[in-house]
Design a protein around this ligand. Structure first.
Ligand SMILES: Nc1ncnc2c1ncn2[C@@H]1O[C@H](COP(=O)(O)OP(=O)(O)O)[C@@H](O)[C@H]1O
Ligand SMILES: [Mg+2]
Length: 317
């Protein structure tokens, strides 16, 4: 970087958010660092994600059939919980038309994927640093034309994301609700899908419909399942059990239950404060649950890294 001029990023409308950028897309590229350098010793520890996600970053899409089930809050808080554990997290707001992760994280980007898709900015230029090692790829809010991207623009976006792979340990993708082609594409491009449902029947049945569509579109790896806003552990357990039974019987998929997040008024309270509940109210029941979920995802795989493929390769497949 020495001797090379760098334009300071302007993708932060107000205090708190900073972005990194490079002089000009494609010009004398230097490695992008999404987050500050951690002590080497941390990276060398056997439980550090850098040890088990390399050579390919792990991508996880957070999806739901129905909207309003708590998907974005889960994605944001899970990202912060993973970041707090030392993972370099890239969080993509893939609800391209109704984005809200910037608000949930309390950052204020000036540019977003709309500018990337219009060719005005590179994906690196729109990155915003959120709390705890989390880097957000922000999207637009109230941009209905982004609800259904054509294949070309969708592929450009995924490839742009793929270029950032080497600088992240995990990429979390918060997709829009429903089973649009765009949502299915994001889920199928990811290594893993996490389905979020609440205990209510409409959310539960839409979650099943989503899994079914993914299965028919070629999903082979069983999705993870999280029950959000559960009244009790028993209620969450029952919902997870029922969904697992139908998925096993009709789709031949063995869903992986990943626990539950309790209904917790601290979540909407933190949303109003524009802060993740996990930092606003670290001891709230939902915060403990998000951290437990991060711990579960953190576990290193037993064998060598054979399951995670670079995004670009998956796109070519
Ligand atoms: N565990 C929870 N307990 C209580 N309220 C929640 C919980 N999770 C989410 N919410 C509330 O539900 C609403 C929708 O959440 P959001 O994450 O935006 O859903 P989605 O992304 O699925 O549309 C928000 O107002 C949020 O405060
Ligand atoms: Mg959302």
């Amino acid at each position: 970087m020495s001797g090379r001029s760098r334009r300071v990023s302007k993708n932060a409308g107000r205090s708190g958010a900073r972005t990194r950028t490079r002089a000009r897309a494609g010009e004398g590229r230097e490695p992008l660092r999404l987050v500050g350098r951690r002590p080497r010793a941390a990276e060398e520890a056997s439980d550090h994600p850098a040890r088990w996600t390399r050579p390919h970053v792990r991508t996880l899409a957070v999806a739901s059939g129905k909207g309003g089930v708590g998907k974005s809050n889960l994605a944001a808080n899970l990202a912060v919980a993973l970041g707090a554990r030392g993972a370099r997290v890239l969080l993509l707001d893939a609800d391209l038309a109704q984005a809200n992760l910037d608000l949930l994280l309390g950052v204020h980007p000036r540019f977003d994927v709309q500018h990337v898709l219009a060719g005005d900015k590179s994906i690196e230029e729109i990155l915003v640093e959120g709390p705890k090692n989390v880097t957000l790829v922000p999207a637009a809010s109230g941009a209905p034309e982004l609800a259904e991207l054509d294949d070309y623009r969708l592929e450009c976006l995924l490839r742009g994301l793929g270029n950032l792979e080497t600088e992240a340990d995990i990429i979390l993708i918060d997709v829009a609700s429903g089973v649009s082609r765009q949502v299915l594409s994001f889920c199928l491009a990811a290594d893993e899908v996490m389905i979020v449902t609440t205990p209510e029947m409409p959310a539960f049945s839409d979650a099943y419909a989503m899994i079914k569509r993914l299965r028919h579109r070629g999903l082979t790896r069983a999705p993870r399942l999280v029950v959000n806003a559960a009244g009790s552990a028993d209620e969450a357990e029952e919902v997870a059990h029922r969904l697992r039974l139908v998925a096993r019987r009709f789709l031949k998929l063995e869903l992986e239950p990943c626990g539950f997040v309790p209904f917790d008024p601290a979540v909407p309270r933190a949303v109003r404060m524009q802060e993740p509940v996990i930092t606003a109210f670290p001891q709230a029941p939902a915060s403990l649950a998000y951290r437990a979920l991060a711990e579960r995802l953190w576990s290193p795989p037993a064998g060598p890294d054979v399951t995670f493929q670079p995004l670009a390769e998956k796109l070519e497949a």
